[in-house]
Design a protein around this ligand. Structure first.
Ligand code: PLP
Length: 401
């Protein structure tokens, strides 16, 4: 008898809707070895009891594990947990956040289609739109994150997808998800939200009408800077398209990375609470500092979209930005003076990390493009870690002086 994949999943989910309990207790059922922690399934393929069983599997009359490019118990567990936490019907795990974004877009778009996206967006996502999509005759238009109503004017007969991030990277702008959900519905467009900065603990875009939510699991979901991973969750029929495209083109998540990410979800709520508490403290203190032009953080009352952030986010998250007076040179000097805070392009780590977007993550944009999305020459993005909040602040203040 060939088991269905779904028969393996989630014996431990209690009758609860509480995030923390679900994130810890949802897991694969125990094997006959009665292990406490879920085993790692380092196997590229699975065996069948008979030629007939294998035929039925390939004919999709049954739904067993076949080959780890399609699915694997560890990737299924990770995906099913993410679905539970995001309130999604179905999902696909990928090797990185960009694989989740690219695979979703490539599976759903065809030549001649048009994408509407917020202009303040992850650098590599912008490069897909601006450099690679024109090769396949896929157009895009940008709207300013602070003005989603502009979508009304951008919609064309060939528009298919709205793609956004909120909070945006690195602008930390907040887009009103309720407004986006209504606009997507009104124009019959697929709404995709990159929920990387918030995580499902802080914000659940599906509640507001998002059709798909994508993640770089490399960031807060891992949370300790160890593995790359990505995931897309959302409406069943869209996920089916993405799954079929992914199973052929091969952006699959490795079982080891899936196992790591699934374990990491157990501490996501705790970590996000502490990231947010530390970031609010540092942002509040830095706002008093004369060496900075401004500090931006969703839960600072001075944030232009503070009210929207409060409405749709449980916490402010771990990312703050600020602009050093003196521009590019002052910013790079500041970076070099940091002591325990490291210079790295990553974010969402237990360790506090600083990035200078103009010279690194967003260097592929022209100066004009950067300024248009608020990436000033002196802008610094800090991913506030889980160290003692006064130590983090001290290192930043020391480098500013
Ligand atoms: C890092 C990041 C990505 C890309 O994820 P990778 O795992 O590095 O491929 C996409 N979107 C946002 C907002 C990110 O921060």
């Amino acid at each position: 008898m060939v088991k269905k994949k779904s028969e393996y999943n989630f014996i431990e989910v209690m009758n609860t809707k509480q995030f923390e309990t679900q994130a810890i207790r949802a897991q694969l059922p125990r094997s006959e070895n009665n292990e406490h922690s879920v085993p790692l399934y380092l196997t590229s393929s699975f065996v069948f009891d008979s030629a007939e069983d294998m035929r039925a599997a390939f004919a999709e009359e049954t739904d067993p594990y076949i080959y780890s490019r399609y699915t694997n118990p560890n990737t299924s567990e990770f995906v099913d947990k993410m679905c539970l936490l995001e309130g999604a019907e179905s999902g696909v795990a990928t090797a990185s956040g960009m694989a989740a974004i690219y695979t979703s877009l490539a599976a759903l778009l065809k030549s001649g289609d048009h994408v509407i996206a917020c202009s303040s967006i992850f650098g590599a996502t912008h490069t897909i739109f601006s450099k690679y999509f024109p090769k396949w005759n896929i157009e895009h238009s940008y709207f300013e994150a602070t003005n989603p109503e502009a979508i009304d004017q951008l919609v064309k007969p060939n528009s298919k997808i709205i793609f956004v991030e909120t909070p945006t990277n690195p602008g930390i702008e907040i887009i009103d998800l309720e407004v986006l959900g209504k606009l997507a519905k009104k124009h019959n467009l697929i709404l995709i939200v990159d929920n990387c900065f918030a995580t499902p603990y802080i914000q659940q875009p599906i509640k507001y009408g998002a059709d798909l939510v994508v993640h770089s699991a490399t960031k807060y979901i891992d949370g300790q800077g160890r593995v790359l991973g990505g995931v897309v969750v959302g409406k069943k029929e869209l996920i089916r398209e993405i799954y079929l495209f992914g199973r052929i083109t091969g952006p699959s998540l490795s079982p080891f990375n899936a196992w790591t990410l699934s374990k990491s979800l157990e501490t996501l709520a705790l970590r996000m609470d502490r990231h947010s508490e530390n970031a609010l403290h540092v942002a509040t203190e830095l706002e008093k500092n004369a060496a900075l032009d401004f500090v931006k953080y969703p839960f600072l009352p001075s944030h232009p979209q503070y009210a929207i952030a409060k409405k749709q986010m449980k916490q402010g998250g771990g990312i703050i930005t600020f602009s050093v007076k003196g521009g590019y040179e002052a910013a790079t000097k500041f970076m070099d003076k940091l002591q325990f805070i490291k210079i790295s392009p990553n974010l969402g780590d237990a360790r506090t990390i600083a990035t200078h977007p103009a010279s690194s993550t967003h260097c592929k944009l022209s100066e004009e493009e950067r300024l248009a999305v608020g990436i000033l020459p002196g802008l610094i993005r800090v991913s506030i870690g889980l160290e003692n909040k006064d130590d983090i602040l001290k290192d930043i203040l020391n480098a500013l002086n």
